[in-house]
Design a protein. Structure first.
Length: 223
């Protein structure tokens, strides 16, 4: 089985507001992308990595990536995250298992990568890391009025890496509708998506507050 990790890193980072594509913003002195790729490689569970970046940054990205015996390819991403993942899938024709892992989850522990791959190797065809939600979640209508309070015990916050049988993910992307995560496309095919326990350190660096937290955590980790 060939495990290929696709790393979407072509987003602009509008909410972070650092005036450069988010994956290239530094956390504790290294670009988020470099940290995310290193975490995948350090898991020992990945045979190959494909990174999708803005087209104009392909050449300089190669210089940022860690030296490794695991091959790391860099390809241009697309306008939406799904376009970037589609480009990564096209660059990984030999994959039997695929992980999709946001560069923005720069501090993801290697053990979480191993947990997802372990579940795939045990036979699951789609696996996502999941954490219980701590806030109460409410649905609202267009005016902001609350329409309901779903039972929190049945809700999970979903992270990456998300892991898939490569054929299943290719089939999901062939159907091609938009979803907020890769597992969402697989769900539309009617396939079962399994969960493994996520990790708080796999949070997505989205806002300036997240970046403060990430820098603090990286400083602790690296000393
Ligand atoms: N991503 C991508 N291609 C896109 C959009 C997003 O590869 N066209 C990647 C991002 O680089 C990131 C991951 O998908 O690693 C998750 O996306 P998000 O957190 O939304 O990052 P950005 O799109 O960069 O941020 P924003 O939405 O605030 O602009
Ligand atoms: Mg985005």
């Amino acid at each position: 089985m060939r495990v290929v990790a696709l790393v979407p890193a072509a987003g602009m980072g509008v909410r972070l507001g650092e005036n450069k594509p988010k994956a290239f913003v530094h956390v504790g002195g290294s670009p988020m992308l470099t940290r995310a790729v290193r975490g995948l490689i350090d898991s020992g569970s990945v045979d190959e990595v494909v990174v999708m970046v803005p087209a104009e940054l392909v050449a300089e990205t190669r210089a940022l990536l860690p030296d490794s015996t695991v091959p790391v390819h860099v390809v241009p991403g697309g306008a939406e995250r799904t376009d970037s993942v589609r480009a990564g899938l096209a660059a990984a024709p030999d994959a039997t298992l695929v992980l999709v892992h946001d560069a923005a989850r720069a501090l993801t522990p290697p053990a979480l990568v191993t947990r997802v791959v372990g579940e795939l190797r045990a036979g699951a065809r789609a696996v996502v890391p999941a954490l219980p939600v701590t806030d109460t979640i409410k649905s609202v209508d267009a005016t902001g009025a609350v329409t309901g309070t779903p039972d929190r015990s049945g809700l999970r916050a979903i992270q990456t890496p998300q892991g898939f049988d490569a054929e299943l993910l290719r089939a999901a992307y062939a159907v091609g509708t938009q979803a907020t995560d890769d597992a969402g496309l697989v769900e539309m095919l009617g396939a079962t998506v399994h969960t493994v326990l996520g990790d708080a350190l796999a949070f997505k660096i989205t806002t300036p507050l997240d970046l403060v937290l990430a820098n603090t955590l990286a400083a602790h980790r690296d000393t």
